[in-house]
Ligand binder design. Structure first.
Ligand code: C5P
Length: 494
């Protein structure tokens, strides 16, 4: 087949001349030039190669040969593990990636091997672990170019400040950093380090450089870090990492994905939402705590439903036994004070939904050692009030546009919830009776809600917590489309 034929062939494969021009970002004259010169520049061939799977085939950018996609082939993740304390979390990450039917090949830096052994990594991936750049046997059976080429996605987890620095400066002094330069697959970085290292200007400059090169970051999260400090630097939650790469790899191949300008919008696209969920646990001593009953199911269902409709969701959760919902950034906390601090760090949002069952009291003086049972009398514990997060947000100078709270009541549902809405300056309250249909709402999968706004009340019949979540998300979408419409009208009136 001569080149002219190949280009005609590509035109057919990519939906005709117009579509090919659009994909290449060129006009008809450039396309006819390529034909005349019998040459498609490599950067253009790569563009087509990247988009080809969305048309149902693979295209080799060097030979321009088309091959059929093997639908049963599992997506290949090249996992680069670098030497941070969170390296041990890579083991759980591999297990979960395998559960999600990804094929994982791991590369470990020398320092990663100080934290975990290649043997455990290999046992979990089911593949050989690579680490040496100059391993002749490997160079024969699987050269580093090959290793990088077969990957659908490169994930660096955990990524240390040092490794991020090496990537930013294009260094290639070991197998892991060399692969980052060789690969044409999307690269995701999940950093983990001490909060001061993360916020250091050098690290932030390096990250900014990488982001400009289209390298994606997952995390880090806020919270306690292994070095005993609190701040940003925690390795992101496994579930969140997986949801991010799943989204990248398993996205539906619709024409909207192929031509981004035709992307279908979702009702909450671009809306940032902060959600609190689960209980808070207020320590009495290192062993005991005060807490409310809460499974977190309703809050997690709302987080899932908001993300499903396109919102950028941050979920701040007390201790629960639920997985992070897909496409949601999860920050784990324990106490009301920590939940408030996390909310303060993430308050730059359009909507807040306080679904957490925050403990009402905290112990004034938490004991450093376990309180002993004695024959005398039980210890006297002095309690103080926890911060009311909803009320604090409701009265905040940077109050988000839409503030939503919950109210679990045992009696006078409407009156108590109405008072609560006014007192805490919330826009809406979802009130539920703690005892509904003879069953406790707390660990249940169903809920029954009285929806209260400034203008009225509405009863939402018993339904699954997921259905209640979708109903609420519907309301939120309507609210933001009204805000948008009235914003436009306002502009027109000016
Ligand atoms: O005052 P009460 O706990 O009944 O209020 C319930 C609402 O207030 C819920 O939305 C809950 O998440 C929020 N809340 C809070 N911080 C507290 C107590 C409650 O954000 N300390």
């Amino acid at each position: 087949m001569n080149y002219h034929d190949t280009l005609s062939y590509l035109m057919d494969a990519f939906g005709g001349a117009d579509s090919l021009q659009k994909l290449l970002g060129v006009g008809p004259s450039a396309l006819s030039n390529y034909r005349r010169r019998e040459h498609l520049p490599l950067n253009q061939a790569r563009k087509l190669s990247n988009i080809a799977p969305k048309f149902g085939f693979n295209l080799d950018p060097y030979t321009l040969k088309i091959s059929v996609i093997d639908d049963d082939r599992k997506p290949e993740i090249l996992l680069i593990i670098t030497g941070g304390i969170a390296a041990y979390k890579a083991l759980e990450l591999i297990r979960r990636l395998r559960d999600f039917e990804f094929s994982v090949t791991a590369v470990m830096t020398a320092s990663a091997q100080q934290f975990i052994t290649p043997l455990s990594v290999s046992a979990l991936t089911g593949n050989k672990v690579y680490s040496e750049l100059f391993d002749l046997t490997d160079e024969q059976e699987m050269g580093h170019i090959q290793l990088a080429r077969k990957a659908d996605l490169v994930l660096i987890a955990p990524a240390t400040a040092n490794f991020i620095g090496k990537m930013a400066h294009g260094l290639a002094d070991d197998l892991a950093s060399t692969l980052c330069l060789v690969t044409e697959a999307p690269i995701f970085v999940a950093p983990s380090m001490n909060p001061h290292m993360w916020t250091n200007t050098a690290t932030q400059d390096n990250c900014a450089k990488l982001k400009r090169r289209n390298i994606s970051f997952i995390g880090p999260d806020n919270g306690d870090t292994a070095c005993g400090e609190t701040g940003s630097g925690r390795f992101a939650e496994t579930g969140f990492i997986i949801s991010q790469i799943q989204q990248k790899l398993l996205q539906k191949h619709s024409s909207a994905d192929i031509f981004p300008s035709e992307k279908q919008t979702k009702p909450l696209d671009g809306i940032k939402i902060l959600i609190t969920a689960g209980p808070t646990l207020e320590p009495i001593d290192p062993v005991r705590f005060i807490g409310n009953r809460s499974s977190g199911k309703q809050g997690y269902a709302i987080a899932y439903a908001c993300a499903e409709q396109g919102a950028d969701v941050c979920l701040i959760s007390g201790p629960v036994s639920l997985e992070a919902p897909l496409n949601v950034r999860l920050i784990k906390v324990e106490t009301a004070q920590q939940m408030k601090q996390a909310c303060a760090d993430e308050l730059d949002v359009e909507c807040v939904i306080c679904a957490a069952a925050v403990a009402d009291w905290q112990v004034k003086q938490t004991a450093n050692a376990k309180l002993k049972k004695s024959n005398n009398k039980p210890p006297e514990i002095v309690l103080t009030e926890t911060p009311d997060i909803l009320s604090w947000i409701g009265h905040h100078p940077s109050r988000p546009k839409l503030v939503i709270g919950f109210a679990a009541e045992t009696d006078s549902l409407k009156k108590n919830a109405d008072d609560k809405r006014a007192r805490k300056n919330a826009d809406w309250i979802l009130a539920n009776s703690v005892l509904q249909s003879g069953e406790s709402v707390f660990n249940s999968d169903i809920n029954e809600v009285l929806f209260l706004s400034k203008t009225g009340a509405e009863y939402w019949d018993t339904d699954s917590k997921q259905a209640i979540a979708r109903k609420l998300v519907h309301r939120i979408s309507d609210y933001f489309s009204d805000v948008h419409v009235s914003g436009v009208q306002k502009k027109e009136n000016i």
